[in-house]
Design a protein around this ligand. Structure first.
Ligand code: CP
Length: 317
């Protein structure tokens, strides 16, 4: 049965969520999705609540999506970027967060390059914490918006074949997607160079293959990931050209997939590397729809971690 609320004041990852909590977030997002279609894109759900967006790493989609979701829910937002802040004068993360806490925010949304930083803040602060990406660990709202997008197109996630293709090792999107998809009953296949897709991922319930044609042949969803150069400390494959020829998704490879297989990518995309430009822009690509759905999913998350009670409260109010 779908619970009426989330158990925690924080959303730190998908790993701690039950399938029922994931369903609650997706159902609430469905109710939120009409807000973006209205002329007046605003509901009073979080009026009087203060949310701090604390971004220590670059972001386009996640940051603007959270900021927009907060505005549409009528929350007051403060936006913090490490560049230009007192972090540059040597202030620690905890001192920065404690000073922000002194201004009584209800919620902190944080992206940080170090895994576990959102968990550290959640233990030390009264405010709720939402993880907007912590190193290569988790990116829970990305996995939720991906699941929402898949459910919207396929009706269900249970029983689907989902292939995640690319740099799995350094990807927080991959880890959060694996947790979400396996909890919801999908069969997950991982593919990429062996240095970036170690067999240890089989312990998370995934199939691992190094043949791209085998990975995509029966896939209902092909989720592509870019190479996370910023996290790799050594060369993981000979050249980008070789990566593209062995693992890039192009027209010839797509011809050997199910006709209704859909293409996803969390962005930013590197055209001509992991995905051909014409594939990124084709009718089977959901890439921009994922961005749109991110707004509804983040509104749902913000609403629920603030104590909201699921879709009936949105529809009733
Ligand atoms: N998908 C994603 O997290 O994109 P940004 O890094 O632009 O937020």
């Amino acid at each position: 049965m779908t619970p009426p609320t989330l158990r925690s004041k924080d959303l730190l990852g998908i790993e701690p969520l039950s399938p029922e909590e994931i369903a609650l977030i997706l159902d609430t997002a469905e109710s939120m999705s009409s807000i973006g279609q209205r002329e007046m894109k605003k509901v009073p759900a979080l009026r009087g609540r203060m949310i701090v967006n604390l971004f220590f790493e670059a972001s386009t989609r996640t940051r603007f999506s959270f900021e927009t979701a907060e505005k549409w829910l009528s929350a007051d937002s403060l936006n913090f970027a490490a560049k230009g802040s007192s972090v540059e004068k040597g202030e620690s993360l905890l001192d920065t967060a404690r000073n922000l806490q002194a201004m009584s925010p209800d919620l902190i949304v944080i992206r940080h390059g170090t895994p576990g930083v959102p968990h550290f803040l959640a233990r030390n602060l009264k405010a709720g914490v939402v993880n907007a990406g912590d190193g290569a660990h988790e990116h829970p709202t990305q996995a939720l918006l991906d699941a929402f997008t898949i459910r919207e197109h396929k009706g269900t996630i249970e029983g689907l074949n989902v292939t995640i293709l690319g740099d799995i090792l350094y990807s927080r999107v991959a880890r959060s997607n694996i947790w979400a998809l396996t909890k919801l009953g999908a069969k997950v296949t991982l593919c990429g160079p062996s240095t970036l897709v170690p067999r240890v991922f089989e312990q998370m319930g995934c199939r691992v293959t190094y043949s791209v044609d085998e990975a995509i042949h029966d896939a209902d969803i092909i989720n592509l990931l870019r190479i996370q150069h910023e996290r790799q400390r050594k060369t993981m494959f000979p050249s980008l050209g070789e990566y593209t020829s062995l693992f890039g998704l192009n027209k010839a490879r797509l011809a050997n997939t199910k006709p209704d297989a859909l293409i996803m990518h969390p962005g930013p995309i590197n055209r001509g590397v992991e995905i051909d430009s014409e594939i990124a822009d084709c009718s089977r690509s959901l890439i921009l729809e994922q961005v749109t759905n991110g707004l509804a999913v983040r509104m749902a998350v913000l609403f629920l971690v603030n104590g909201g009670k699921g879709p009936q409260e949105i529809e009733g109010g």
